[in-house]
Design a protein. Sequence first.
Length: 92
Amino acid sequence: MPAATEQNFQDYKRAEAKALEIMREMKATTPRTVDIELALLVAVFELHKAKLPGATISKIVQGHLAVLAEHYAQPVTPPAAPAPTTPPPPAT
């Protein structure tokens, strides 16, 4: 039997796979990304609304988004150092 944390992760991965499946179905329903985004956020609020006020749900979402933003961040390539330049010869 897997450890509790491993079981939690497996449960999460199943839920994530289902959410991505639903997202693909939604993309087939509407080409408007904003419609899909809002509908998914409404689903999160509906998930919690019986137990939590909207402001608390919003804070939960913002916390998750902060973590996800770091996970999905593109690595930043530092700018290349300027090429060394040779000074012009002294004027005669």
